[in-house]
Design a protein around this ligand. Structure first.
Ligand SMILES: Nc1nc2c(c(=O)[nH]1)N[C@H]1C(S)=C(S)[C@@H](COP(=O)(O)O)O[C@H]1N2
Ligand SMILES: [Mo]
Length: 301
């Protein structure tokens, strides 16, 4: 990789309870041989944002396979079998096949990424993910030069995913990225939160996290990754193309047809969740703006 991400949001400001766990986590990360430099604060971070609590992150979710209510995933996802788990990687790759999750994990370097997470519905959190760069997984499979896009699919298993009995969505849930977005060092496969295995409601055992895009791009519980030369149609675009696009880059200057995207409600303050300004590319403009040079960002949403 050309460079590795440095966390701008640090544990320096977390609540005492979380800080206790994080100290252990830092030690285990260090023991695993991951450079502590990667955990350092980025100079000039203008605000001291705190990661949300474990409760916020695991009890207020969008995972329509378990229902459309925010507490449905925490209520129903416990019944999902995530072991064994495998991911089919196919399409324009040198080594297509079924990759066992445990074999993948044995070859990946898991590190912590403290990212802002901004849902298109205008709520947000700060989440300390554990995961590996998607680029490293794609390298395992060997991307062919003709590949231009990556298509992702979530598990389809209605016996364990009660929300899939509803036909309002054409299951399985599908997402897509341009290849350069997919191999960007900010793009990770998350396998943990706060140093613990990622809970089912957050997309166990492996889910995408693309922090500069609206949350729906961060597809959960992935079973298939396909390299293609055509832009995949993602689930939300398929459902309502006038409201949800392929790029879905966070942009406070382009409103959703039904609400403003200029501000967001940061989860965690209960009824008094505070509204904060939404940042261009969710605060990752410096890292990702060059991917979209020459594109009219008010048109390509
Ligand atoms: N398979 C699948 N992935 C999904 C969703 C979903 O319904 N199904 N919801 C998306 C939306 S809208 C958001 S905001 C995030 C929520 O992630 P979180 O519950 O970990 O906060 O997951 C995204 N990934
Ligand atoms: Mo979302």
């Amino acid at each position: 990789m050309a460079y590795r991400w440095k966390n701008e949001l640090t544990h320096a400001d977390v609540t005492p309870e979380a800080a206790f766990m994080n100290r252990r986590q830092l030690m285990s990360v260090a023991a695993a041989g991951v450079g502590l430099a990667a955990l350092g604060a980025r100079a000039g971070a203008e605000e001291a944002l705190e990661p949300n609590s474990w409760e916020d992150i695991t009890q207020y979710n969008n995972f329509y396979e378990f229902g459309t209510g925010k507490t449905d995933p925490a209520t129903y996802a416990g019944g999902l079998t995530t072991d064994p788990w495998s991911v089919t990687i196919d399409g324009l790759v040198e080594k297509p096949g079924e990759y066992d999750f445990k074999d993948i994990m044995a070859q990946m370097t898991v590190e912590e990424r403290i990212y802002r997470f901004r849902c298109v519905e205008a709520w947000s959190m700060v989440i300390p993910w554990n995961g590996f760069e998607l680029a490293d997984l794609l390298t395992l499979a060997g991307v062919k030069p003709e590949a231009k896009y990556v298509r992702f699919e979530t598990l389809y298993r209605p016996e364990e995913m009660p929300g899939q009995k509803s036909r309002s969505i054409d299951w399985p849930y599908v997402e897509g990225l341009r290849l350069d977005e997919a191999v960007h060092p900010l793009t990770i496969m998350a396998t943990g939160i706060y140093g613990k295995p990622i809970p089912n409601q957050n997309g166990a055992p492996m889910r995408l996290v693309v922090p500069w895009k609206y949350g729906f791009k961060s597809i959960k519980s992935i079973v298939k990754i396909t390299l293609t030369d055509e832009a995949p149609v993602n689930t939300w675009q398929d459902l309502q193309a006038s409201e949800y696009g392929f790029y879905a880059n966070v942009n406070p200057t382009v409103d959703h047809p039904r609400w403003s995207q200029a501000t967001e409600r940061k989860i965690g303050g209960g009824l008094f969740s505070k509204r904060i300004p939404t940042l261009m590319f969710n605060g990752y403009e410096e890292e990702v703006a060059s991917l979209y040079e020459g594109m009219d960002l008010t048109r390509f949403y």
